[in-house]
Design a protein around this ligand. Structure first.
Ligand code: HEC
Ligand code: HEC
Ligand code: HEC
Ligand code: HEC
Ligand code: HEC
Length: 268
């Protein structure tokens, strides 16, 4: 009996399927042995992969070795200390682990009442942000459940209140600028101003100083008022232009009607 032959079209199908599989599996994950091996492990060794996949870090190419060290390209020596593997960071080493990339936050944190109590009852970055499933930061991170683990909520509540008001203003100005942009009317200056104010605002928290948050929020609110006034002016001008436009159209319609009636009068 002759061996079964794969027909030409079958072979094409195999090749196509193979190519498809290659393109579906992200290239980075293929060569990242930490993700590969841990992804197939059960329990607490596999879970980090599932959580990490949902994080802002996975989306920005920050892999396991950025926090744990090691060599993600070498399956057999990946976790060898000689390849820089550090294992699970101790509580006191967490801020510097994260702060390698989040330099400004590390500085604010270390100078704060929280940083000064590091290893002595204070929180670490992970207390508030989590470790593997880290999401984009928001004021929701300030909540009774997290903040009352160690002290009363009162100071946290005051900070959150001051920050929420400013956050609301930033969001509303941003929406209005986006609308003007669609109409081709927003200026670069306004956008840049808001961008700067927002950046300053987001560095307020880690000092955890209630008075500083309040006074800085007030200062940022002043800047936002200036931007708001600029937007008001453009929106007003646009409204006037629209009204003038409608008046002109109504006028033209009236004139047309008038001449038509006039024509009718002469026809008779
Ligand atoms: C071939 C499989 C494999 C690869 C590749 C691998 N790991 Fe692991 N890893 C394990 C196993 C199994 C354990 C649990 C037993 C142990 O600690 O050796 C573990 C444990 C760990 C731990 C916990 C250690 C502790 O002290 O509890 C961390 C953190 C870790 N791995 C990170 C990494 C990082 C980062 C990489 C890539 C640079 C990596 N692993 C690559 C299999 C792997
Ligand atoms: C942004 C930094 C960061 C990244 C990225 C990260 N880890 Fe971790 N991981 C940590 C920190 C911090 C801890 C210790 C958490 C704590 O003390 O609460 C930890 C703990 C662990 C542990 C110990 C869990 C346990 O229950 O004992 C394992 C295993 C681990 N990580 C594996 C991984 C793997 C695999 C990846 C990649 C998929 C990864 N980590 C990515 C920061 C990170
Ligand atoms: C290798 C560099 C690196 C390390 C280490 C690292 N991060 Fe990040 N982190 C990034 C990048 C890149 C982003 C995405 C861009 C951005 O938002 O800044 C990000 C985003 C974040 C965000 C969301 C920022 C936002 O705009 O809302 C938080 C929160 C965060 N990281 C916390 C941590 C914590 C906590 C650790 C330590 C457990 C850590 N990071 C370790 C690089 C790093
Ligand atoms: C006590 C809780 C808490 C601790 C501890 C904490 N954070 Fe945050 N972090 C927050 C809150 C709340 C925000 C959101 C502030 C906002 O929306 O303006 C934030 C925002 C951020 C952001 C995004 C804003 C920015 O400035 O880029 C990053 C990145 C970040 N934290 C990283 C860290 C790192 C790294 C550490 C440790 C050195 C840390 N955080 C410690 C609560 C905390
Ligand atoms: C792991 C424990 C822990 C957690 C969780 C924690 N804190 Fe703290 N916090 C401390 C310690 C310790 C101090 C210093 C002693 C004190 O003032 O109570 C402190 C002080 C403060 C202060 C006063 C700072 C000053 O200079 O007077 C504020 C504000 C604060 N925390 C806000 C928060 C907020 C907001 C959260 C939640 C997002 C939070 N803390 C979560 C431990 C913690």
């Amino acid at each position: 009996m002759k061996p079964a032959r794969i027909s030409g079209s079958m072979r094409t199908l195999f090749i196509l399927t193979f190519c498809l599989l290659l393109s579906v599996v992200p290239l980075a994950a293929q060569e990242n042995t930490c993700v590969q091996c841990h992804g197939s492990l059960p329990g607490r060794y596999g879970e980090p992969v599932l959580l990490w996949k949902t994080s802002v870090h996975a989306g920005n190419g920050v892999y396991c070795h950025e926090c744990h060290g090691g060599d993600p390209k070498d399956m057999t020596n990946a976790m060898n200390p000689s390849r820089g593997f550090k294992g699970v960071p101790k509580q006191t080493a967490i801020p510097e682990t994260c702060g390698r990339c989040h330099v400004g936050v590390l500085k604010d944190f270390m100078g704060s009442a929280h940083g000064k109590k590091l290893g002595n009852g204070g929180p670490t970055c992970v207390t508030c942000h989590g470790n593997h499933a880290i999401k984009k930061a928001s004021l929701d991170l300030i909540n009774e459940k997290t903040c009352t683990k160690c002290h009363p909520y009162e100071r946290a509540r005051l900070m959150k209140q001051a920050m929420q008001a400013t956050e609301g203003r930033i969001t509303s100005l941003d929406n209005r600028i986006q609308t003007l942009k669609l109409q081709g009317k927003a200026s670069e200056g306004m956008e840049q101003g808001l961008f700067n104010a927002r950046n300053r605002f987001h560095t307020l928290f880690h000092d955890v100083m209630v008075e500083k948050v309040r006074s800085e929020s007030t200062a940022i609110d002043k800047e936002l008022e200036t931007i708001g006034a600029q937007i008001d002016a453009i929106e007003q001008a646009e409204k006037k232009r629209k009204i003038a436009g409608s008046v002109a159209i109504a006028g033209a319609l009236l004139a047309a009607l008038f001449f038509r009636l006039l024509g009718k009068t002469y026809d008779n």
